[in-house]
Ligand binder design. Structure first.
Ligand SMILES: [Zn+2]
Length: 277
């Protein structure tokens, strides 16, 4: 009886832990729930907005909010169309423009987005902005943050037959879970900045490019514009002594642009299909 129970528990953990990323269909290990990630992100996001200069009323603010809403609506549309609307449950989209010279933008788990004013001279057009916002929003949709935290659980030896990790992951507010969260996002600096400066793996970057391209296309932006934008970004980096922050966390090189070129035809199909609706 006892053994059956234990076996059932392990099986549950394994089933729960192995998810697939939408669109790329890559298997990923998720040992931490959306609810937990989103709750942590919400605290960090509030802290960040309280300690930075949010630009409340400007044309640029309106553009950031408008482009963000269009991308989020495109993602919602996509998951409705594939009959999995539950995928975005618990996402509460928010888009803010922050006065800061850094060439940067990010999206925390659960859909909390920040764009820095320093990014806008490089994005130049709405489609350029849609490229960056589509990419950042895709990190959140692909649950890359949760995957990183899960990888930290595993690398710290907290996964033993699935069960220990379950205990840790479920203990929402235990100090151990908190420590792992902090480590995953590299401690020291304030929590919000850790998430903002999060370095994703190359695999996560490519995946966010892929998903972002499709969501921007569904939102009505020509995915070919993504290539133009990343070329502009590469030039901005060549012409400045210090590479833009967005590039230190989002390397742009020939390979990336090459990969995007390969992905554009698929995204163009979405662009055409959704435009004719
Ligand atoms: Zn990225």
């Amino acid at each position: 009886m006892k053994r059956t129970f234990a076996f059932g528990l392990v099986l549950t953990v394994v089933v729960w832990a192995c998810s697939r990323v939408p669109i790329s269909n890559r298997k990923q290990l998720l040992l931490v729930s959306d609810a937990e990630m989103n709750q942590q992100a919400l605290v960090s996001y509030k802290q960040f907005l309280d300690t930075n200069r949010v630009v409340n009323s400007s044309q640029s603010t309106a553009m950031v909010k408008n482009v963000g809403k269009r991308i989020a609506a495109a993602a919602t549309q996509y998951f409705n169309d594939i009959k999995h609307p539950e995928f975005l449950e618990g996402y509460n989209w928010e888009f803010n423009l922050v006065e800061d010279k850094q060439v940067n933008a990010w999206c925390m788990p659960g859909g909390k987005v920040v764009v820095y004013t320093g990014l806008l001279p490089v994005t130049q057009t709405e489609a350029g902005l849609a490229t960056v916002m589509g990419h950042e929003i895709s990190h959140a949709i692909a649950k890359h943050g949760a995957e990183r935290v899960s990888q930290a659980y595993v690398s710290q030896g907290l996964l033993v037959g699935g069960q220990v990790a379950l205990g840790v992951a479920m203990a929402n507010k235990s100090s151990q879970a908190q420590n792992i969260w902090n480590t995953a996002y590299a401690a020291a600096a304030p929590a919000a900045m850790n998430i903002a400066l999060l370095r994703y793996s190359r695999q996560h970057e490519s995946e966010a490019d892929h998903l972002g391209l499709i969501f921007m296309a569904i939102a009505g932006y020509d995915p070919k514009e993504a290539i133009t934008f990343w070329q502009r970004m590469a030039n901005a980096s060549k012409n400045s002594q210090k590479p833009p922050l967005l590039l230190s966390t989002h390397p742009s090189d020939e390979q990336r642009i090459e990969d995007l070129r390969r992905l554009v035809p698929e995204a163009e199909k979405f662009y055409t299909a959704y435009r004719s609706r």
